[in-house]
Write a protein that binds this ligand. Structure first.
Ligand code: AHR
Length: 495
């Protein structure tokens, strides 16, 4: 039996709730249909935002939402999305399917969504095809409360009071779709644009610079060397995909070979190495860790579902994705001293979504359930939870069987989360607790499913859902747990 040891000695860093953030781009059916149906829709809505999705996201306690992109952000001109709907410009969404974007969801609608969710807005400004003036005016429009052209325009459009905006990103993937810049150029461009991202009144903006693509360590080095003092956060993007070496050889979300189970989980685990190595570079320039690493795009990326627009990035979501989510959150917890925001891509109907919709129907994905099961970790402090030996799996001898994390919240409630990556067999774990915790009241929840690609459909929306976890017994030193294959388990220990 494998051993798991919890030590409560001195709790580590606080897990910033923003690590449980989401990302919603004008891409496919994420914003349109997934979130926004318009006030005249037969789908029940609140001022145009669909009620079922709203309720599901509220239950997740979404801390922060990133918008409007992604690649779309660097083509988005915010003034096209304000004012009377019938006068808003129609444009082509060149990145994502070449469809018409009618701008009916713009700044006011996004801020309303954040208000209804009770989350922080994270707005990504346009550097690639936008001007400094345009970005500067957007910040003025959003946050300036006095008398100014943009504050007047906002009032004319029905919102006299300024909003609070905490997070602002200056460009997205500026090494790629956001302008194909080299890091030296972007560092200078960033310094210039951010100068005009002003703090008005009490509103203090957390400035976020575009960071590296996956393992581009040179990008991080140059940005930290040339511009550290001008930003609060530096981003990192990493998607888990495979099995082939090139982008075109991505696998499917369902119906995949057993080897792809291991391949995707290995790819997701790579996040640990990426954060470690980018952080080491950041440490050289910022040893006090003032600057946050913001993983504002992460998740699994597969081929689109057959018969869907290739530009819409619509994919199913299985128990494998639940494990991708769980183990990635565990990695973020481990690096809580540097990673202070992360945004799962993307909220509804795009990539590793938490929600899928089909017209008036909605379902929660296995990934949703993990985000909900883990929410007690938000704002808690990391505890030392170790597996003295983490055995590897028969199907891939370089993939450890378990990924684990633990935290303690302000009410002294301890949570232990365990991802069991074996697709075939169950396992037992001997959990040693600190003496003062032996005998505490334990409540458990588990998410598992019969097959590697089990998922929810609109005909069977609850095929994969969490259940109470009762497969444990007390021992002299703690608990003995029996974990099903392909499972995410969360234990809550209360006094
Ligand atoms: O999330 C989909 C796309 O992936 C985003 O628009 C872009 O930033 C990234 O390449």
């Amino acid at each position: 039996m494998d051993k798991l040891i919890l030590r409560t000695g001195s709790p580590g860093s606080t897990i910033d709730p923003a690590v449980y953030g989401h990302f919603a781009e004008h891409l496919g059916r994420c914003i349109y249909e997934g979130i926004w149906v318009g006030p005249d829709s037969p789908i029940p809505n609140t001022q145009g935002i669909r009620n079922d999705v709203l309720a599901a996201l509220r239950a997740l306690k979404v801390p922060v939402l990133r918008w409007p992109g992604g690649c779309f952000a660097d083509e988005y001109h915010w003034k096209d999305g304000i004012g009377p709907k019938e006068q808003r410009k129609r444009m082509v969404n060149t990145h994502w399917g070449g469809v018409v974007e009618d701008n009916s969801f713009g700044t006011h609608e996004f801020m309303l969504l954040c208000e209804l969710l009770g989350c922080e807005p994270y707005i990504n400004g346009n550097v690639g095809s936008g001007t400094v003036q345009e970005m500067s005016e957007w910040v003025e429009y959003l946050t300036f409360d006095g008398e100014s052209p943009m504050a007047q325009l906002r009032a004319k459009n029905g919102h006299p009071k300024a909003w609070k905006v905490k997070y602002f990103g200056v460009g997205n993937e500026s090494w790629g779709c956001g302008g194909n810049m080299r890091p030296e150029l972007y560092a200078d461009v960033y310094r210039r644009y951010q100068t005009f991202v002003r703090n008005y009144g009490e509103n203090k903006i957390y400035r976020i610079a575009c960071g590296a693509n996956v393992a581009d360590y040179k990008w991080t080095e140059v940005l930290m060397r040339e511009a550290t003092r001008f930003f609060d956060g530096l981003t990192l993007h990493h998607y888990a995909w495979g099995p082939g070496p090139d982008w075109e050889s991505k696998g499917m979300a369902t119906g995949f070979a057993a080897s792809e189970w291991y391949n995707i989980l290995q790819n997701a685990r790579r996040m640990d190495e990426l954060i470690t190595r980018h952080s080491a570079i950041m440490d050289q320039y910022d040893p006090e860790k003032r600057v946050s690493m913001i993983v504002d795009e992460w998740g699994a990326w597969y081929k689109v579902e057959s018969g869907t627009n290739p530009g819409f990035l619509y994919q199913q979501n299985t128990i494998r994705d639940a494990l991708v989510a769980g183990l990635t959150l565990n990695i973020f917890h481990k690096h809580a001293d540097r990673v202070r925001m992360a945004n799962l891509a993307q909220t509804v109907n795009v990539l590793q979504s938490v929600i899928l919709t089909d017209k008036e129907k909605m379902l929660l994905t296995p990934t949703y359930h993990v985000m909900r099961m883990y929410q007690g970790h938000q704002g808690a402090r990391v505890l030392d939870l170790t597996l003295p030996e983490n055995p590897v799996l028969a199907g891939d001898p370089s993939l450890p069987r378990f990924s684990v994390t633990a935290s303690v919240d302000q009410a002294e409630v301890v949570r232990i989360s365990i991802c069991h990556l074996d697709p075939e067999a169950s396992a037992t774990l001997d959990l040693t607790l600190p003496p003062e915790m032996v005998g505490r009241k334990v409540v458990g929840e588990v998410l598992t499913a019969p097959k590697m690609d089990s998922h929810n459909t609109f005909d069977a929306p609850e095929a994969v859902k969490p259940m109470a976890f009762t497969a444990f017994r007390s021992t002299a030193k703690g608990l003995e747990l029996t974990l099903p294959a392909r499972s995410v388990t969360v234990l809550t220990l209360r006094n």
